[in-house]
Design a protein around this ligand. Structure first.
Ligand code: ADP
Ligand code: MG
Length: 735
C-alpha cells in the first residue's frame, strides 16, 4: 500500500443521475458518504481502487470496468442495509448519523456487507460513516435547522423564524428561492463572493434597486404559471401572468443593461431575463384583461384578435338582441306587461308569466313548467332563435379553445427561455431583498475565505434584535466572538436569562447568512468556510416524536460527534441538562474533551455546570467566557455582555432569592452548597477521564470492574444452593 495515498473501496447506490456514493479506507477506518449528481466527477475525486454496485450502474461506469464488482441488488435493499448498520454500530436507529437518504444508507450498508464478506478473518474497525459536504453546500442537519428556527419556530409558527426576519422579497418565486438558499448555504468562497457582489451593488445603487423592486412588485409568478400551462392545468389567467411577468422581465433587463459596473452575477441574470417582445405582444393582443380561470368557460380571447371568432360573437350578441325584441313583442301581443324571457341551464330560454295572466297566453305558447306563482312557456320561434344562438356560442367556444391551444404551443417552444427569465426574476428579487435588508438593518459584508477563522465584531442576533426593535424594550447588546487558533472552543457560563442561548445562536446564524451570500448583523465579520453546522439544545422537548427528551439530546449530540470535522461549527447549549447532575456533568465534560482533542472544530458551549471551567487547565484551546451581570439593590441586572472569564457561581442562589424563595430556604441552600463544596465533590476532584466516557483509556485497556471479575470466576455447576447464596451476598458487597 502506498502510505501517501488513500486506498478506498466505494459502493454506489441510487440512480446514475442522483447517486449515493459511500467509500471507506479499510486501512484507516475512514468512512464517508455523499450524494452526487455528477457521479463521474465524484469517482474521479475519490479515486477508489474498487467499486461495488448493481448491474444498473454498469453502463455509466464503463470507464471503471476493471475496478467494478457487481453485487446482487438485494444486498442494497433498504431494510437490510439499515439493520446491518444499526447492528454494526450498535444503534437503536440511524438517526445518530444525521440525515441519510435511503440511497446513502443503501450504499453504506452494502459497503459494510462487502467488507465483512471479504475480510472474514479480521473485520477492520470502521468509523461511523460521515456525510461529506462535497455537494458544495453547508450541511445543516434537520435537528440544527429546527433548533435554529431557520424557516419556522419550534412552535411551528413562521413568524419569528430567521426567514421571516430576513425576507424582504416581493415576489413569491423570490421568497421560495430565498428559503432554498437559507437551507443550503454555499461552501465555495468564489460563489459566495459572487453573490455578495450582487448584494453590494444593489445596496449602493439605491435608485436602480428601487426601480427593480417596483417592477418586481407587479411581477406575476412566471414559474408557477408556466408549469401549470405545461402540465395542461393552466387557464387564461396563466397566459395573463406570463404576459405580465415577461413584460416585467424586459423592464428589469432595461434597468440593468443601462447600469454601469454591473457585477458579473447580475450581468448574467440580466442576460438570462432574455427578450420576449413577440410573445408579450401576441399575448397582449390575444387575451382579455379580465378573464376567467378556465379556458372551457370561454370569453377570454380579446376582441379584434380573430375575425371569425368576432363574427360568431356578433351573431351571438345579435341573437340576444332578437330575444330582447321578442320579449317586447310577446308582452304587447298578450297584453302582459310583466312577461319576461329568461334563461336557465335546464330549460334554456323560456317565457315566464305570473299565474294571474294564464288566461291571456296566445296559442303559439307551448307549456313547459308550472311553479308556485309562475308559468313557463316556449314557442317555435324562440326555440329556433335559441338554436342559432347556441350554435354561434359553440362555434365561438371551439375557436377560443383552439386559440388557447395554439398560444400554449407557442409558449411551449419558448419554454426554456421563459423558465430562465422566471429564475432570474426570482434571483434578482432575492438579491434586491438582501440589499434592502442590509440597508434597513445595518448589515455588513463579511469576509469569507478558505481559512478556519471566526471573527465577529459586535455581532447581533437578527431575530431577537428585530423583536426588541418592534417592542418598547431596551436595545440589543452586540457582542464579539473570536474563535482564534488558541481559543477554538469557548465555554460560556452565566445565570439563566443572561443571554447565553442568544449569543450562541447569533453566531451560528451569522455563519449561515454569510455563506448564503447575505450581509450579516455585525460591525465586521471574517469567516473561514464552514462545512457543517451543528446546533444542539439540552433536553429539547420532542414529545411529538415520542422519545424521552434526554434520549433526543443524546442522539443529537452523538450525531455531532460522529459527523463534525475540523471545518465544522458547533454550538452546544446546556448539553447534559436532561439527566442527573453527575451524569450530565460527566457527559458534558467528555463531549468537550472530544470536541477539543479529536474534532478541533470551532465550538461555542454554553453550560450551567460551573465545574467545567476547570477544564481550561487541561485543554489549551479552551477559553472561558461569561455573561456579565450586575447586582443592584435586590435585583440582578443582565448586561447581556460577553466577557472574559468564568461566571460567579453564586448567582443561582441570587436568582432564587429574587424569585421570592423564602429567606430560610435560601439560607439552608447556601448551607448545603457550602457542605457540598467542602466535601470536595467539585470537578477538581473528578478523575481526569471519567470511566463512562474515557474513550482513550477504554479503547486501549477495557478494565473490568471487580464485581464482574468475581462473577466471571464463579462456577455455578460446582456450587451448592447455600454457597450460591453466599456468593451473591459477596458480589453485592463488592459493588
Ligand atoms: P440564557 O440562555 O442565558 O438563559 P437567553 O439567551 O435565553 O438567556 O436570553 C434571555 C433573554 O434576554 C432573551 O429572550 C432576550 O430578550 C434577552 N437578551 C439576550 N441577549 C440579549 C442581548 N445581547 N441584548 C439584549 N437582550 C438580550
Ligand atoms: Mg439558554
Amino acid at each position: 500500500l502506498d502510505a501517501r495515498a488513500s486506498n478506498f473501496l466505494a459502493a454506489i447506490a441510487g440512480s446514475p443521475d442522483h447517486a449515493a456514493i459511500a467509500w471507506v479506507d479499510i486501512s484507516t477506518g475512514e468512512f464517508h458518504v455523499e450524494t452526487t449528481v455528477a457521479l463521474a466527477a465524484a469517482i474521479g475525486r475519490i479515486a477508489p481502487r474498487e467499486i461495488i454496485t448493481v448491474e444498473a450502474f454498469a453502463p455509466s461506469l464503463a470507464d471503471y470496468d476493471g475496478q467494478l464488482t457487481l453485487r446482487p441488488s438485494n444486498i442494497f435493499e433498504a431494510k437490510r442495509t439499515e439493520r446491518l448498520l444499526c447492528d454494526a454500530y450498535r444503534l437503536p436507529s440511524l438517526d445518530v448519523f444525521g440525515h441519510f437518504s435511503p440511497a446513502e444508507i443503501s450504499a453504506c450498508g452494502a459497503l459494510l456487507d462487502y467488507v465483512r464478506l471479504t475480510q472474514v478473518a479480521a473485520m477492520p474497525k470502521l468509523d461511523a460513516p460521515r456525510k461529506s459536504a462535497a455537494s458544495g453546500h453547508l450541511l445543516i442537519d434537520a435537528a440544527s435547522q429546527r433548533n435554529l428556527e431557520l424557516v419556522q419556530r419550534l412552535s411551528g409558527e413562521k413568524k419569528g423564524s430567521l426567514l421571516s426576519v430576513i425576507d424582504k422579497t416581493v415576489t413569491a418565486s423570490g421568497a421560495r428561492l430565498l428559503a432554498q438558499w437559507l437551507l443550503a448555504p454555499l461552501c465555495d468562497a468564489t460563489a459566495i463572493i459572487g453573490r455578495q457582489d450582487n448584494v453590494a451593488w444593489l445596496l449602493a445603487q439605491g435608485s436602480e434597486r428601487g426601480k427593480l423592486r417596483d417592477t418586481l412588485k407587479r411581477t406575476p409568478d412566471i414559474e408557477r404559471a408556466l408549469s401549470r400551462l405545461m402540465m395542461n392545468r393552466g387557464g387564461p389567467r396563466d397566459l395573463l401572468a406570463l404576459e405580465g411577468g415577461l413584460r416585467a422581465s424586459e423592464q428589469m433587463r432595461a434597468v440593468l443593461e443601462h447600469s454601469t459596473e454591473l457585477p458579473a452575477g447580475l450581468f448574467t441574470l440580466s442576460t438570462a431575463l432574455g427578450s420576449h417582445t413577440l410573445l408579450v405582444e401576441e399575448l397582449t393582443r390575444a387575451v382579455k384583461r379580465e378573464c376567467g380561470l378556465f379556458a372551457r368557460d370561454g370569453d377570454f380571447i380579446a376582441h379584434g384578435y380573430h375575425a371569425v371568432l368576432d363574427e360568431f360573437r356578433s351573431l351571438k350578441s345579435e341573437g340576444q338582441k332578437h330575444i330582447a325584441a321578442l320579449q317586447t313583442r310577446y308582452a304587447s301581443e298578450t297584453n302582459i306587461p310583466t312577461l319576461k324571457i329568461r334563461h336557465n341551464n335546464i330549460l334554456g330560454y323560456f317565457i315566464e308569466i305570473t299565474q294571474q295572466h294564464q288566461s291571456k297566453v296566445s296559442q303559439e305558447f307551448i307549456h313547459r313548467q308550472t311553479l308556485a306563482n309562475n308559468l313557463r312557456y316556449t314557442t317555435v320561434e324562440l326555440s329556433e332563435l335559441e338554436r342559432k344562438l347556441g350554435e354561434a356560442a359553440d362555434k365561438a367556444l371551439k375557436i377560443e379553445l383552439e386559440l388557447f391551444e395554439t398560444l400554449v404551443a407557442k409558449i411551449a417552444t419558448a419554454h426554456e427561455a421563459i423558465m430562465q427569465a422566471g429564475r432570474s426574476i426570482a434571483a434578482i428579487d432575492v438579491f434586491a431583498g438582501l440589499a434592502e435588508l442590509a440597508q434597513a438593518q445595518r448589515y455588513t459584508r463579511p469576509a469569507v475565505d478558505g481559512s478556519l477563522a471566526f471573527h465577529i465584531e459586535q455581532g447581533r442576533h437578527p431575530v431577537v434584535e428585530s423583536a426588541l426593535a418592534n417592542g418598547t424594550h431596551e436595545p440589543f447588546i452586540s457582542n464579539d466572538c473570536a474563535l482564534g487558533e488558541n481559543e477554538r472552543l469557548w465555554l460560556l457560563t452565566g445565570p439563566n436569562m443572561a443571554g447565553k442561548s442568544t449569543f450562541l445562536r447569533q453566531n451560528a446564524l451569522i455563519v449561515i447568512l454569510a455563506q448564503m451570500g447575505s450581509f450579516v448583523p455585525a460591525e465586521r465579520a471574517h469567516i473561514g468556510m464552514v462545512d457543517k453546522l451543528f446546533s444542539r439544545v439540552g433536553a429539547a422537548d420532542d414529545l411529538a416524536r415520542g422519545r424521552s427528551t434526554f434520549m433526543v439530546e443524546m442522539v443529537e449530540t452523538a450525531t455531532i460527534l460522529n459527523q463534525a470535522t475540523a471545518r465544522s461549527f458547533v454550538i452546544l447549549d446546556e448539553i447534559g441538562r436532561g439527566t442527573a447532575t453527575y451524569d450530565g456533568l460527566s457527559i458534558a465534560w467528555a463531549v468537550i474533551e472530544y470536541l477539543h482533542n479529536r474534532l478541533e472544530c470551532r465550538t461555542l458551549f454554553a453550560t450551567h455546570y460551573h465545574e467545567l471551567t476547570t477544564l481550561t487547565d487541561s485543554l489549551p484551546r479552551l477559553a472561558c467566557y461569561s455573561m456579565k451581570v450586575k447586582e443592584w439593590k435586590d435585583t440582578l441586572i443582565f448586561l447581556h455582555q460577553v466577557g472574559k472569564g468564568a461566571a460567579d457561581r453564586s448567582y443561582g442562589l441570587h436568582v432564587a432569592k429574587i424569585a421570592g424563595i423564602p429567606g430560610a430556604v435560601i439560607a439552608r441552600a447556601a448551607d448545603v452548597l457550602h457542605q457540598l463544596e467542602s466535601q470536595k465533590m467539585g470537578a477538581k476532584n473528578l478523575p481526569a477521564s471519567l470511566p463512562l466516557f474515557a474513550y482513550t483509556a477504554a479503547e486501549e485497556s477495557p478494565a473490568r470492574p471487580a464485581a464482574l471479575e468475581a462473577l466471571a470466576a464463579l462456577k455455578p455447576d460446582e456450587l451448592s444452593p447455600r454457597e450460591a447464596l453466599e456468593a451473591l451476598y459477596k458480589l453485592k458487597e463488592t459493588l
